[in-house]
Ligand binder design. Structure first.
Ligand code: G4F
Length: 341
């Protein structure tokens, strides 16, 4: 019988980590999942997938290189998926140093451990479309220059280039997936898609009066996270180490996301107000406000538009997205309805 491959997933209890753990377990991997100590209460996703007792759980602070070294000495990893990060763009403006320490330097700590302890281990770095920032090309691919707009995106760029540099300098199998926004019922509630869905369902149940949002004109290329983790795995099975954009090639505004959720939940609505701060979504049956704008949710610098070209991944990895925007909203709303009390 072939030896089981051993994979480490950092940030295992997050959206991508839990889907990836599930995916690798189905592929018969031995999965070591790690999280920072304070992430203890976030294991609900692993529970919902029924895999908490199928993986080996390790606490790991990415700020401490000796903790990473300890894991490399304990396990012989075939693959490492570095998904852990301070991943909320908004918070990175309030905690830029912590963001840089974990999201940027955390990657370097891993690369150093691989270089010095386990150079055969393949390394996947979760890069982000946020690095394109104030976009310099209309559709972004692997060659589009980065133009980051937040401490988060700057940190992701550091991780991205550190990964490339170690690949070139030390011949490591180290790659970055430049993933565009990817959502699911497992999205954290601070991200706009889940916030909108949860908000509408709370309104339906009489638990919330209205939803407050920031820049609803921002456009994102939104895919389904469950499909994106397969692309991560495919990148590490590739013949040679290369970076790929993973996206849908379609873009929708936050406002369009709101409209689709409202439509799917049978709210009859209309937008009123002209200026960006005065816009309101009104329930046309009751005249009640469903969505209003609050300055507090605007960011000091914004990424207004993202649209990814995944043709390299389609051609070389045989990967393509299967879930469109409407279906994604449906999946998220249905599961939120199922689990909300
Ligand atoms: O859902 P978001 O917070 O995601 P964002 O900033 O695009 O980042 C996500 O995707 C990246 C990939 O491109 C990841 F790297 C990153 O880790 C994360 O997963 O915000 C989406 C858009 C933004 O333009 C934001 O300004 O929605 C806008 N927005 C408007 N009102 C809001 C809100 N975002 C949040 N979180 N909350 C609001 O009330």
């Amino acid at each position: 019988m072939a030896k089981k491959k051993i994979a480490l997933i950092t940030g295992v209890s997050g959206q991508d980590g839990s889907y990836l753990a599930h995916f690798l377990l189905q592929k018969n991997y031995k999965v070591i999942g790690s999280d920072r100590r304070s992430a203890r209460n976030t294991q609900w996703r692993l529970d919902r997938l029924g895999i908490m007792d199928k993986l080996i759980y390790e606490e790991l602070e990415l700020g401490e290189i000796f903790e990473i070294q300890r894991l490399f000495k304990k396990y012989n990893f075939d693959e490492v998926y570095n998904l852990a990060a301070q991943s909320f763009v908004g918070s990175s403006f309030n905690s830029p140093l912590n963001t840089a320490n974990i999201t940027a330097l955390g990657v370097l700590r891993f690369l150093e451990c691989i270089r010095t302890i386990s150079p055969k281990t393949k390394f996947y770095q979760a890069s982000s479309s946020e690095m394109f920032g104030d976009v310099l090309e209309k559709i972004q691919n692997e060659k589009t220059p980065f133009n980051p707009q937040s401490p988060y995106a700057i940190s992701k760029m550091f991780g991205h280039f550190a990964t490339t540099n170690y690949r070139l300098s030390y011949n490591l199998f180290a790659v970055s997936g430049i993933l565009f926004n990817h959502e699911s019922p497992f999205r954290g509630e601070e991200f706009v898609t889940r916030k909108i869905i949860k908000g509408f369902i709370n309104i339906l149940k009489g638990k919330q009066k209205f939803i407050e949002l920031g820049n609803i004109e921002a456009k994102r290329d939104w895919g389904y996270a469950k499909e994106y983790v397969e692309a991560m795995w495919k990148m590490l099975q590739n013949k040679s180490p290369k970076d790929y954009v993973i996206s849908t090639g379609k873009t929708y505004s936050v406002k369009e996301f709101v409209n689709e959720v409202a439509r799917y939940l049978n709210f009859k609505t209309k937008w009123i107000g002209k200026s960006s701060l005065n816009k309101k979504l009104i329930h046309t049956d009751t005249n009640k406000v469903l969505v209003k704008i609050n300055k507090k949710f605007f960011r000091p610098a914004e990424v207004n538009f993202l649209k990814g070209d995944f043709s390299k991944a389609r051609k070389e990895l045989n990967w393509k997205p299967k879930t469109d925007f409407k279906k994604l909203v449906k999946i998220m709303v249905d599961e939120e309805l199922k689990y909300s009390n």
